[in-house]
Design a binder for this molecule. Structure first.
Ligand SMILES: [Zn+2]
Length: 287
């Protein structure tokens, strides 16, 4: 057992940069995870800010508008989800009505202020990054300084970046799972070097955590090489993830505790907060 295995868990604030509040969790009237439940889980976990997106967008709007969210000390950063329903997962990149929906949402904003990004969206075939609506949304995101949350493979990162006016020099993109299919660490490193606005979110990332519940060596080295480029998230895409929310966050605290304290704080909070200008939570408040 090395020193890392004995390090204390990270105890500072967490920014959950990949959260869904979908209709099967709570549809506005009924569901197993009403706002009091999810806010309670965040509060218990020391989560003080979230990127909120939901299918449909009403879930994010609910969290953004509730006084209980502020009382729980949780800052909401709303993203426009591209999905009104499950059918939209597979066709959004060529569906003009989704582009219209995004513009309508951006125009109306949320009770927590303007939307700050779009996504999460998925590309099961990376070639669809060149779909007409995908291209328009990448250009729109760069022009409006919206952050993109994308569940895609490494090939699609190149394609999406190529579809921005700056060819990827300016777009800010949170890469959900940093390659859920297991893009090699060297490939992730090369993409980070090429695209200064690329940020890796670490839920479900294969090979990230080793048997001692600490970062595997290659990933520890990558986080130390790019300490300002990684964030954490819950990815509550199904209700089961809500049931395990506290243990997911505890798992992050365990491996964050094995990093140098300044790096842990960046990955846990500062990097995501810096993307959106989220103020630091009040010291000594809820955890
Ligand atoms: Zn997700």
């Amino acid at each position: 057992m090395g020193l890392q295995a004995h390090a204390a868990d990270y105890s500072g604030p967490l920014f959950d940069a990949h959260l869904h509040y979908n209709e099967e969790a709570w549809d506005g009237k009924t569901g197993p995870h009403p706002p009091a439940d999810v806010l309670g889980r965040m509060h218990k976990s020391g989560v003080r800010a979230i990127v909120a997106n939901s299918r449909p967008n009403t879930g994010s709007l609910t969290l953004a508008g509730l006084p209980q969210t502020r009382e729980a000390g949780v800052a909401v950063v709303p993203f426009v989800r591209l999905y009104r329903n499950r059918a939209d997962y597979s066709g959004w990149f060529a569906d003009e009505s989704i582009y219209t929906m995004v513009q309508t949402e951006l125009a109306r904003g949320t009770p927590a202020g303007p939307y700050r990004g779009i996504g999460e969206f998925h590309l099961y075939d990376s070639a669809n990054a060149d779909g007409p609506v995908a291209k328009k949304l990448m250009a729109l995101s760069e022009e409006r300084d919206l952050v993109v949350l994308a569940h895609v493979d490494d090939a699609a990162i190149d394609l999406l970046m190529a579809n921005t006016p700056s060819k990827g020099r300016k777009l800010r993109l949170i890469w959900a799972h940093t390659g859920i299919g297991g893009a090699p660490v060297d490939r992730v490193d090369a993409l980070f070097a090429r695209y200064p606005g690329l940020v890796g979110e670490l839920s479900y990332r294969p090979g990230l955590v080793c048997d001692d519940n600490q970062l595997c060596p290659a990933w520890r080295a990558l986080l130390l090489k790019y300490p300002t480029r990684f964030v954490i998230g819950s990815d509550t895409w199904v209700n089961q993830r809500w049931q395990h929310y506290e243990s997911l966050m505890a798992g992050y605290r365990t491996w964050l505790g094995g990093l140098p304290a300044d790096v842990a704080r960046k990955v846990a909070w500062d990097n995501a907060a810096g993307l959106f200008g989220t103020p630091a939570p009040a010291p000594g408040a809820a955890r």
